[in-house]
Design a protein around this ligand. Structure first.
Ligand code: SAH
Ligand code: SF4
Length: 379
């Protein structure tokens, strides 16, 4: 377990607060009910109401006896975070800014496409890593999200899209990507509990084949993630030399390219039908040369890989520029010629600052704007 988890632990429920049943694993829920003197099948019934039906009010859980519902409501609750802002982009992308019990905020984004609907889930408030191109990395406050705060993002999105009970077919949310705010492998334990809840067939029922965890390359946790959770892996690569990666992604100094790619080579469950996605943000004059493309091909040798080329999304005050369209195309063509699938990701939701790497809580943005206004006023 990483040292970060303790320092940045989510706050505990206040002692006088009703205990939240959302975010408990099946075993924890059963133990909670056993402590109330209830039989194990009660946990199964509650699970169904919470995760299949999306119900938050015990009164609506009509398969439970009236007496049990009333007793439960005295000591327990099924809580959602408060939706502080819900926005819809011109292109149909949706963003929810969630206010957590301690006032911290995180964002969740839904991206509808022709053949799928992807929910981009956050794992931390902010991020301790400071990748130079990423807005989340400039947020000063950081803490881990609890399992409830992670899984509740899916439930809030289902609330917003009117997608209860969990549909068997024709879903709006088909895929989940841990690509929102934060580094999921620095909060592995809580992410794992939340993803196991998401995968449970009697609840949210999202297949592990439809869940992708994106990491900046936290090498010591990667193998465990594959072995225990068996979700798809995406790796934020973004550079082809240690020199450039050290600069734009300081985590590279700890886990350099060779170590990272060797770990990818042995990621459990990888094969040609199930490849590792390498994310590569196109930064003008930094990582977008033909030499970079050739080096990338060499680096990925022996790894069942696809490359997602992401046009850099600027944010207020960002230092980099996005590569030109022609440069991106040339880069993609070189990879294609080497038989590496390399789609260019379309930028979505940029009018509501919902695109990759732009997530940052709005109160942080406001504070920064206020600091800048004060600085200008002084000048
Ligand atoms: N911390 C994890 C997951 C969240 S970031 C990670 O880094 O993988 C999701 C993706 O967005 C990552 O690939 C990240 O590198 C990329 N990203 C960050 N800032 C970006 C920006 N401004 N433009 C485009 N992509 C960006
Ligand atoms: Fe954190 Fe990922 Fe942003 Fe880097 S790119 S600062 S790891 S959220």
């Amino acid at each position: 377990m990483s040292q970060h988890a303790d320092v940045f632990a989510p706050p505990r429920d206040a002692p006088d607060e009703k205990r939240n049943l959302a975010g408990l694993s099946r075993e924890q829920l059963a133990a909670e009910l056993a402590a109330l003197g209830e039989k194990p099948f009660r946990a199964k019934q509650l699970w169904h109401w919470i995760y299949h039906r999306g119900v938050t009010d015990f009164a609506e859980m009509t398969t439970l006896s009236k007496d049990f519902r009333a007793r439960l409501a005295e000591t327990h609750a099924v809580r959602r975070p408060e939706v502080a802002v819900a926005q819809v982009s011109r292109d149909g992308t949706r963003k929810w800014l969630l206010r957590l019990a301690d006032g911290q905020e995180v964002e969740t984004v839904y991206i509808p496409e022709e053949d799928r609907g992807t929910l981009c889930v956050s794992s931390q408030v902010g991020c301790t890593l400071t990748c130079k191109f990423c807005h989340t990395g400039t947020q000063r406050l950081v803490r881990n999200l609890s399992p409830a705060e992670i899984v509740s993002q899916i439930m809030v999105a289902r609330d917003g899209l009117g997608e209860w009970p969990s549909p068997a077919e024709g879903r709006l949310i088909t895929n989940i990507v841990l690509m929102g705010m934060g580094e999921p492998l620095y909060n592995y334990d809580n992410v794992a509990i939340a993803m196991r809840i998401a995968m449970d067939r009697e609840g949210l029922s999202v297949s592990k084949r439809k869940i992708t965890l994106s990491t900046s390359g936290v090498v010591p946790e990667m193998e465990r993630c594959g072995r225990e959770l068996d979700v798809n892996l995406a790796v934020s690569l973004h550079a082809t030399t240690d020199e450039v990666r050290d600069w734009i992604m300081p985590i590279n100094k700890k886990y350099p390219l060779k170590m990272l790619l060797d770990t990818c080579r042995s990621y459990p469950g990888t094969n040609n039908a199930r490849r590792i996605t390498f994310e590569y943000v196109m930064l003008k004059g930094v990582n977008d040369s033909e030499d970079d493309a050739q080096r990338l091909i060499r680096l990925l040798k022996g790894i069942p890989a696809k490359v997602n080329l992401i046009p850099f999304n600027p944010w207020p005050g960002s230092f980099f520029e996005c590569s030109d369209a022609a440069t991106i195309k040339r880069f993609a063509d070189i990879l294609s010629a080497a038989h590496i699938s390399s789609p260019v990701r379309a930028t979505r939701g940029d009018d509501i600052l919902a695109a990759c790497g732009q997530l940052k809580s709005s109160s942080e943005r406001k504070k920064k704007a206020e600091r800048e206004a004060a600085r200008e006023a002084r000048a």
